[in-house]
Design a protein around this ligand. Structure first.
Ligand code: ZN
Ligand code: ZN
Length: 200
């Protein structure tokens, strides 16, 4: 479940029971084979208890719930009732996307250009000091690039860093271990990503 007020997904933790997790604390996102409607993703996340756990989210919840502010309500003056703002917010988000604003974006290294993206395209995430390394599978060319971005770039829809770090490396198709190894290196100060412009 996504909580629009905190911008976090709710998952289960064996010791703390319910925990709230922002996207930037996700570590792996894997689409489960078989279930197409709705597609289901297995998320490995870094829990506040110090362990990593796994949870399941549907495609809609992963990509669209952050745009709809799932639990946001407003006072409808016509009916004097509190109503869900989800539909209005989703409608607004859809219009912003049509107008060329992207809720999430990344710099695709093989294509040498910024691309719009949704969280379901995130594959591996790793914290790196104040920022976070994100391995994204490009929806356009299907190849994977690691970007180094701010946490807000990941957690806040329609907030995009103007410049992002780009790991200049071509990854083999579906090479999870290589991705994980690269993300580990993001911890080290030796890491030196080229900065690229996302916004004009
Ligand atoms: Zn936990
Ligand atoms: Zn691409």
């Amino acid at each position: 479940m996504y909580d629009g007020l905190t911008g976090c997904y709710t998952f289960f933790c064996p010791t703390r029971e319910e925990v709230r997790v922002p996207l930037s604390e996700f570590r792996r996102v894997e689409r489960l084979p078989g279930s197409l409607h709705p597609a289901v993703f297995k998320v490995t996340f870094a829990c506040a208890c110090g362990e990593d756990h796994e949870g399941l989210v549907t495609h809609d919840e992963l990509d669209w719930a952050p745009l709809g502010g799932a639990e946001a309500t407003f006072l409808n003056l016509m009916t004097s009732r509190l109503e869900s703002a989800a539909f209005e917010l989703l409608d607004l988000a859809a219009r912003r996307i049509q107008a060329g604003e992207w809720p999430w974006s990344f710099f695709c290294y093989p294509e040498e250009r910024p691309r719009p993206v949704f969280p379901s395209a995130f594959r591996v995430l790793a914290p790196a000091d104040e920022s976070v390394g994100v391995a994204v599978r490009c929806p356009s060319c299907s190849r994977t690039t690691i970007n180094l971005v701010s946490r807000a770039h990941v957690d806040v829809p329609f907030y995009n860093d103007r410049r992002v770090g780009v790991v200049e490396h071509l990854f083999a198709e579906d090479h999870e271990t290589a991705l994980a190894a690269f993300c580990e290196e993001l911890h080290g100060s030796s890491f030196d990503a080229r900065r690229r412009e996302l916004a004009a």
